[in-house]
Design a protein around this ligand. Structure first.
Ligand code: UD1
Ligand code: CA
Length: 464
């Protein structure tokens, strides 16, 4: 039977105090709503239906990046029960198992969802829900059990009597699995006769029990997996929890970290064995780092592919590929389409864009290399620049193998420097240079013996 996940994400999230809908805020580098969506997929959900409402366009745009997610719009926010009903009807869900997740609970693991769904799928129960005992139950719906310990009802915090609020410590994290046909048959029986005047999904427990259907509670001991994000403080708390989870996994896999509290690695990043991540390092997007690398301190990579034995010190790399045995930094900036081949070196205050840096080539100091194809064994002297932009077009510079470019050279593209050529320091290269030639563009040198001393004498005399 099929599994459909319904992710509720129509709320505004007033406590975030934001122009953006709550679920658009990012946890690490992934929007909140995408976390339960991915977890549901990983847990085996064939369909993922997301209920959008507040800031619907922004949430839809985020979900457009997630393959095959269906969006249903809840035009009026009338509660979680209403949102779930809108999803069932809007996406015409009739059979199999439905798992309902809240868009503001990003820490839930796929295994936990799978376990809960399994109870309903195997026919053990008509509905199952997770429960937790958080250190502070304020704000959460409370679980009420009957004489034999079965869940009888969920009472929202706002609807609790002071006695209930004090005595009921088991809480509802908002994760449920239902037999789809039964949920669909009875969801219309919810009422909005409560403190908030909303249709509560939590009341389905009582509705199911009234019809003699079974509801099973599964206590989850790890409260940190169920934290709901309602405020920016909780968002930061959730980020810390996820950071720890990811870093502990990486360390268990053989990655070293001098201080894991200062290393931030996104969920889609891979890091190889014996690589060391130094403080203030951030790895985002679809980044992968090979083995035996030293990354950081203070390095940020986004969508970077890094091979083995690479050292990136204080380096920013976005959409780049770095081959083995490369060293970069401190303070290198590699961006869009930089491809640094094996054994190359990109040094201090150097920017590389849309260029190939050839095998073993060196760009050690204060240079800009953009739209350039560079051969192997090249040395670019400090302060050299490819002048790639004429105000309208981006033009290419082509540098052959074993070229030596002296310091402070301007290469005005489009221009080609042949294999083995030598460019004298401070030249402005505007014409192609043949292989093995010397190119020199420099004003004639003059030396006037004793001039400086004579000038100083004269100035002092005039002052006296
Ligand atoms: C809900 C639960 C509560 C539980 C808590 C866990 C209900 C009635 N209460 O309370 O028992 O302890 O979560 O975090 O379910 N949403 C919609 N449409 C709506 C209303 C809400 O899509 O009309 C979405 C929100 O965007 C959010 C989720 O449902 O992602 C939960 O809503 P929220 O208002 O945050 O519920 P809580 O008060 O936290
Ligand atoms: Ca909430």
């Amino acid at each position: 039977m099929s599994i459909t996940a319904i992710v509720l994400a129509a709320g505004e999230g007033t406590r975030m105090r934001s122009r953006h809908p709550k679920v658009a805020h990012k946890l690490l580098d992934r929007p909140l709503v995408s976390w339960p969506v991915r977890a549901a997929r990983e847990a085996g959900a064939e369909r993922v239906v997301t209920v959008v409402g507040h800031g619907a366009d922004e949430v839809r745009a985020i979900l457009a990046d997630e393959k095959g997610v269906e969006c249903v719009e809840q035009t009026e926010r009338r509660g979680t029960g209403h949102a779930c009903r809108v999803a069932l009807e809007g996406a015409d869900v009739r059979e199999g198992t439905v798992v309902v997740l809240y868009g503001d609970s990003p820490l839930l693991r796929a295994e936990t969802i799978r376990e809960l769904v399994g109870r309903v799928e195997q026919g053990d129960t008509d509905a199952a829900l997770l429960t937790m005992t958080p250190p502070d139950p304020t704000g959460y719906g409370r679980i009420v059990t009957d004489e034999v310990g079965r869940v009888k009802a969920i009472i929202e915090d706002k609807d609790c009597t002071p006695e209930q609020r004090a005595s009921l410590t088991e809480c509802n994290p908002g994760v449920y699995a239902f037999d789809a046909a039964r949920l669909r048959a009875h969801i219309g029986e919810l009422t909005c006769d409560n403190a908030q005047g909303e249709y509560y999904l939590t009341d389905m427990v009582e509705v199911f029990r009234r019809h003699g259907l079974s509801v099973e509670a599964v206590h989850c001991d790890d409260y940190s997996e169920l934290l709901g994000v309602n405020s920016r403080a909780q968002l930061a708390e959730a980020a810390r929890i996820m950071q720890r989870r990811i870093n502990e996994r990486l360390m268990a896999e053989g990655v070293s970290m001098l201080d894991p509290t200062t290393v931030w690695v996104g969920p889609d990043v891979a890091v190889g064995r014996d690589t060391e991540l130094l403080p203030m390092t951030m790895l985002w997007g679809e980044t992968s780092v090979g083995e035996e690398c030293v990354i950081g301190p203070n390095t940020r990579l986004t969508n970077a592919t890094v091979a083995d034995n690479v050292s990136l010190e204080e380096t920013v790399g976005v959409d780049v590929t770095i081959e083995r045995d490369v060293t970069c930094g401190p303070r290198a900036y590699l961006r869009g389409g930089a491809h640094v081949l094996a054994g190359a070196h990109v040094g201090t205050h150097v920017e590389i864009k849309n260029s190939v840096i050839g095998e073993g080539s060196k760009v050690p100091h204060l240079s800009y290399i953009g739209d350039c194809t560079m051969g192997a064994g090249v040395n670019i002297g400090g302060g050299s620049i490819t002048c790639n932009y004429d105000g309208v077009h981006k033009n290419r510079t082509t540098i052959g193998d074993n070229v030596f470019v002296g310091s402070d050279t301007m290469m005005v593209a489009p221009v080609t420097i042949g294999d083995g050529a030598l460019v004298g320091a401070s030249s402005c290269v505007t014409r192609d240079v043949p292989a093995d030639a010397l190119y020199l563009e420099r004003a004639e040198q003059r030396i006037v013996e004793g001039y400086a001393a004579r000038r100083l004498e004269r100035l002092k005399r005039d002052e006296a």
